[in-house]
Ligand binder design. Structure first.
Ligand code: ARG
Length: 442
């Protein structure tokens, strides 16, 4: 029973939040004359001592005492005697753990937000250095149109901004205090739930005591935001794995973020990127685990809910680690501009530019221009030549009205530079987007 029942092995990390909650509760009890000022004073002093013991590592966590709440209360009783028994007046572990967990998740969101900001800044700095660096843009992982590397990195700045928005939304909704809901029905003592809510930095008390002790959707929302964020990171991680391969050779990982092989001396493996790619699985797994734990649970508290913590803590830790690793990889990333540029020039990436020219200069409907361009690409491909290397008369055999002006749009640089639409890949537009983000992120 002890082995299956105890949570102290993993909920001990809630100690800070548990102390905060207990302090707020004790002060409120005294303010409402539910306990005496002397008892409250003794409780607060005892809690301070416990804080010191835990910080110094001298606190003896006991499995027999089940969880963090009972461990702290038992130690308080050793320290101050009878007054300790008054702390749990008008409180239950059910509202206590709900409060602790909201406080913990709120802190974790703030930490993740700071890390995501750092990640955005690293992306922005790299993007700024490569606003004009041409690379192939892909669809279906086939060369599509030339883009700039800065533009590609800014795509992740955007994703990360939305990730931060999702965490901020989850934070705003979770920021209500369940403390005072007691076991499930509220309490007959004249508690002031607004006072404890304010003391703990919540916007106010939750409005239904049953919901207060049985809600874990704040954790689900946070895990959902974490899973989406991890999914975004895994996409960049996958791109880094591809780009660092000899076949792409677009980027070089630093020694700090790659590993050697124990048998193949030439290897520089992108282990950190691969692990970020894989960690998404773990974080998505945590979301699924908690959804399944909560599904079909009757109100109010059930011990099933103790199982919320391990996946939640693991996912938040793991995401923090993945963000830190990606930030480091991006900061250190060496960019092989020549290889990117050469790859962009392969695969007829400027075929759309040719078709657009036929529309603009000759007034052809786009569908006809598309068809003619297909024939020109086939001709070039048959000769093993790039589009801009075809002689004018070869082009004119397919469409006699083509002039030599067409060559000005066929280079990858001209192609990228022409895409000045809002949010487009042209270096001048990328610079504008970098300036917009720099003004916002600082
Ligand atoms: N350790 C428990 C949890 O994490 C605390 C709440 C226990 N409540 C109870 N009535 N047994 O869920």
């Amino acid at each position: 029973m002890t082995a299956i029942n105890a949570s102290i092995g993993f909920d001990r990390r809630l100690w800070r939040q548990d102390l905060m909650g207990s302090r707020a509760h004790a002060e409120m009890l005294a303010a409402q004359n539910i306990i005496s000022a002397d008892d409250a004073g003794a409780i607060l002093k005892g809690l301070d001592q416990i804080e010191g013991e835990i910080e110094q590592g001298t606190f003896a966590f006991k499995t027999a005492l089940e969880d963090i709440h009972m461990n702290i209360e038992a130690r308080l009783s050793e320290l101050i005697g009878e007054a300790a028994g008054r702390l749990h007046t008008a409180r239950s572990r059910n509202d206590q753990v709900a409060t602790d967990l909201r406080l913990y998740v709120r802190d974790a969101i703030d930490t993740l937000d700071g890390a995501l900001l750092g990640f955005q800044k690293a992306l922005l700095k790299k993007a700024s250095a490569h606003a004009g660096t041409i690379m192939p843009g892909f669809t279906h992982l086939q060369t599509a149109q030339p883009v700039t590397f800065g533009h590609h990195l800014l795509a992740y700045v955007e994703m990360t901004a939305r990730d931060r928005g999702r965490f901020a939304d989850a934070r705003a909704r979770l920021n209500e205090s369940p403390l005072g809901a007691a076991a499930l029905a509220g309490t007959s003592f004249p508690v002031d739930r607004t006072l404890t809510a304010e003391a703990l930095g919540f916007t106010g008390p939750t409005r239904n005591s049953l919901d207060s002790v049985s809600a874990r959707d704040f954790a689900l929302e946070t895990l959902s935001a974490a899973a989406i964020c991890a999914t975004h990171l895994s996409r960049l991680a996958e791109e880094i794995v591809l780009w660092a391969s000899a076949h792409f050779n677009f980027v070089t990982l630093s020694d700090g973020f790659s590993t050697g092989s124990s048998i193949m001396p030439q290897k520089r493996n992108p282990d950190a990127a691969e692990l970020v790619r894989a960690k998404a699985g773990r974080i998505i797994g945590a979301l699924m685990a908690l959804l399944v734990i909560m599904k079909g649970l009757p109100l109010a508290y059930s011990k099933d809910m103790q199982e919320d913590k391990e996946p939640l803590f693991d996912a938040l830790d793991t995401l923090g680690l993945a963000i830190a690793a990606m930030t480091g990889m991006i900061e250190d990333l060496g960019v092989n501009e020549a290889a990117m540029g050469a790859a962009a020039a392969e695969g007829y990436a400027t075929a759309t530019d040719l078709a657009d020219w036929l529309v603009r200069e000759l007034g052809l409907p786009f569908r006809d221009a598309h068809h003619l361009t297909g024939r020109i690409v086939a001709l070039a491909s048959g000769r093993g030549a790039a589009l801009e290397d075809l002689p004018l008369d070869a082009l004119q055999e397919i469409e006699p009205r083509i002039t030599e002006k067409v060559f000005s749009v066929l280079s990858v640089e001209a192609s990228a530079a022409s895409r000045t639409s809002f949010g487009g890949t042209a270096p001048e537009e990328v610079e504008k987007q970098i300036a917009w983000w720099t003004a916002r992120l600082g």
